[in-house]
Design a binder for this molecule. Structure first.
Ligand code: ADP
Ligand code: MN
Length: 173
């Protein structure tokens, strides 16, 4: 039995991090530079109804993780995907060759989320998520530590540098 990772001709990258750290901006620029497919899980969940309704307390959809994984299995097997989501513990470990955790300085993140019109509760939850490095811990628990990489995403220069680093990584794969 062959390992799927071996068959894949192109790698899959997961870009995760607290909301507002720049996952979608980075993923979209990386997809432009590499012709890889950008899969924004939040958008996919909405478009294809891969959820179990709206959570009034958390102010977001209750994602149905099984439906999301079923929906993506074939695409992921083919490689060449950039998956963009603020969570990472429910995807099959074998899907990803590289897991990027974007990180942003608190005051910078606060302003970004404030500009998005987030409620005080949602702001507080997300800032805490960033302070306690929840996504970095989740990534390290869910994937082999040697494929998990944290990248700073405070400025536009950081995005440019991160996209260049990831483009080089993809070309060398
Ligand atoms: P996420 O997908 O992680 O929630 P976005 O990519 O939607 O984050 O970015 C949120 C907002 O912050 C956008 O307005 C984006 O332009 C801005 N932004 C994200 N990353 C950076 C960065 N590294 N430098 C400057 N602005 C950024
Ligand atoms: Mn996003």
């Amino acid at each position: 039995v062959f390992n799927r990772e071996i068959i894949r001709k192109k790698p899959n990258i997961l870009i995760t991090g607290t909301p507002g750290t720049g996952k979608t901006t980075t993923s979209s620029a990386l997809a432009d530079a590499t012709q890889f497919r950008h899969i924004n899980i939040g958008d996919l969940v909405k478009e294809k109804n891969l959820h179990d309704g709206w959570d009034d307390d958390l102010d977001c959809y209750v994602i149905n993780e099984d439906l999301v994984c079923d929906e993506l299995e074939d695409l992921m097997e083919g490689g060449g995907n950039i998956v963009d989501y603020h969570g990472c513990d429910f995807f099959p470990e074998r899907w990803f060759d590289l897991v990027i955790v974007l990180q942003t300085e608190n005051s910078v993140l606060y302003d970004r989320l404030h500009n998005r019109g987030y409620s005080e509760t949602k702001l507080k939850n997300n800032i805490e998520c960033e302070i306690f490095q929840v996504l970095l811990e989740e990534a390290k628990e869910s994937y082999s530590e040697n494929i998990v990489m944290a990248l700073k995403s405070d400025t536009i220069d950081d995005i440019t540098r991160n996209v260049a680093t990831l483009t080089d990584w993809i070309r060398a794969w």
